[in-house]
Design a protein around this ligand. Structure first.
Ligand SMILES: [Zn+2]
Length: 89
C-alpha cells in the first residue's frame, strides 16, 4: 500500500513539474512599433520595422492587441483553449 502511495505521489510531482515547465515555454513573442500603441503578430502589415517583445511584457507596457491581426492575448495565456463538446440531445 505504501508503495502505491509513493507511486501516486511521484506521478503528481512529475505532472506538476511538466505543467510548470510548459508554462515557462508560453513566452509568446509579439511585435511592436516605435510609434504604435498596439502589438502585432509578425505577419501583420502594421508590424513593419517592428521590434519583437514578449507578450506579457508588451501588455505590462500598456500595449493592446491589434484589431487587424488579432495577436494572442493574455486571457488566452491564462485560460487555455478548452474544447467544449456540446452534449448530444
Ligand atoms: Zn496587427
Amino acid at each position: 500500500m505504501k508503495k502505491f502511495y509513493c507511486f501516486i505521489l511521484t506521478i503528481i510531482i512529475i505532472c506538476t513539474i511538466s505543467v510548470i515547465s510548459f508554462a515557462d515555454e508560453e513566452e509568446i513573442i509579439v511585435f511592436i512599433t516605435r510609434t504604435g500603441d498596439r502589438y502585432h503578430i509578425e505577419s501583420c502589415r502594421y508590424a513593419r520595422n517592428s521590434t519583437s517583445i514578449i507578450l506579457t511584457e508588451a501588455i505590462s507596457n500598456g500595449y493592446i492587441p491589434c484589431i487587424t491581426c488579432s495577436p494572442p492575448t493574455i486571457e488566452e495565456l491564462i485560460i487555455p483553449n478548452i474544447e467544449v463538446v456540446p452534449e448530444q440531445l
